[in-house]
Design a protein around this ligand. Structure first.
Ligand code: SAH
Length: 346
């Protein structure tokens, strides 16, 4: 079968083999058909509404040394910060005022935020009527359980790549199997689980992207967030080739074909490398945006990669800007929580 036939079949069956995924991934002729098909599948299964998730970047302190990431502890070029519980709660309150229904607490792996510190923060945020996502990296099963019992609804932990050798090369000291353990723990504890990858890491074979896609399906992920790898000048991968949007969009669109009813964000990394990259993503399978509500210096210093879109803006302006951009492409902002609703073909 050629790509056109494979894409047409996947629109109905939501199944593609590794070889078939590889065929589409390596066929540039298939791009526009793939994006249009993913857009139709998105509309059919999750509708036109866009769910907004307020991102609170509460610490840039990290004990890991992921070679691609600006937060790695060896990077002494960034100013480190850690928001207090009061500051985090105050940002969550503002998120409510902006009309967001979900808060996402994201940070480096900062040992300061023990269960005893985080649980009261989680409880307070839940009292505000927000859905809560955590994105704080690898923790013990007991920690994940404590956060769930305190009210956390969802957890975002990218596998980054399912190629074990590549994973362990770029995440020195980290063990691929432990990442899997975390994702399975989170599933078993009843979180909605988000994972995802970086697309375009140096030495990342295109075959591994096909395997990543099958992994998303096998894990039965509730959300998949992915984006282009953007070389950071303050990291060992500073000389990697310039990032490209299309490969990331292709993996995202294929994710929509395989997992038609999940939540898929148009990510900030996409917007960073191409103006209106997020809008293109929303028209190629995505149905979520995660606007940043972090303020002041913290917002500037959560520097995963250079030129992060909207890092110099203020949260209120971002909210207005997003509303007008979404209106331009005819996509209403959801007023619900946007939990993953498993659907049969409607
Ligand atoms: N400590 C948390 C949050 C990490 S930051 C965790 O481990 O889950 C969130 C995501 O940013 C990472 O999962 C990674 O995929 C992405 N990221 C990091 N550095 C990046 C870069 N240089 N370019 C693009 N994305 C990057």
């Amino acid at each position: 079968m050629n790509s056109t036939e494979l894409i047409a079949r996947a629109e109905k069956t939501h199944l593609l083999t590794e070889e078939e995924l590889l065929h589409i991934l390596t066929d540039a002729q298939a791009d526009s058909l793939l994006f249009a098909t993913a857009d139709r599948v998105r509309k059919k299964y999750v509708g036109d509404e866009v769910h907004l998730r307020a991102l609170i970047e509460f610490t840039n302190i990290c004990k890991n040394q992921c070679l691609y990431c600006g937060l790695q502890y060896q990077n002494n070029k960034i100013k480190r910060y850690r928001l207090s519980g009061t500051e985090i709660i105050s940002l969550a309150k503002k998120a409510v005022q902006y009309g967001y229904k979900t808060a996402v607490l994201q940070g480096g792996e900062d040992p300061f935020f023990t269960v005893d510190i985080l649980v009261p923060i989680i409880r307070q945020i839940k009292k505000m009527g927000l859905a809560l996502t955590l994105s704080i990296g690898e923790r013990t099963t007991a920690d994940y359980r404590a956060f769930k019992e305190a009210g956390a609804d969802r957890f975002l932990l990218r596998i980054e790549t399912t190629d074990k050798a590549l994973y362990e090369k770029y995440n020195p000291g980290m063990i691929f199997e432990n990442r899997l353990r975390c994702l399975h723990d989170l599933k078993n504890l009843g979180y909605e689980v988000g994972t995802g990858i970086l697309v375009g890491l140096p030495g990342q074979p295109v075959e591994s992207l096909a395997k990543d896609l099958l992994f998303f399906k096998e894990l039965d992920a509730d959300m998949i967030g992915l984006g282009p790898f953007i070389p950071n000048p303050d990291t060992p991968l500073k000389d990697a080739p310039a990032p490209q949007l299309t490969p990331a969009l292709k993996v995202m669109a294929l994710t929509r074909l395989l997992l038609p009813d999940i939540n898929i964000p148009a990510t900030t990394a996409m917007e960073t490398i191409e103006p209106d990259g997020r809008l293109r993503a929303l028209q190629s399978g995505a149905n979520v945006v995660m606007p940043n509500v972090t303020e002041g210096d913290a917002r500037k210093n959560y520097a995963l990669y250079p030129g992060k879109a909207c890092a110099g803006e203020d949260p209120a302006k971002c909210r207005r800007c997003l509303a007008s951009k979404l209106a331009l492409i005819g996509r209403p902002i959801s007023t619900g929580y946007g939990f993953h609703r498993k659907k049969q073909s409607p």
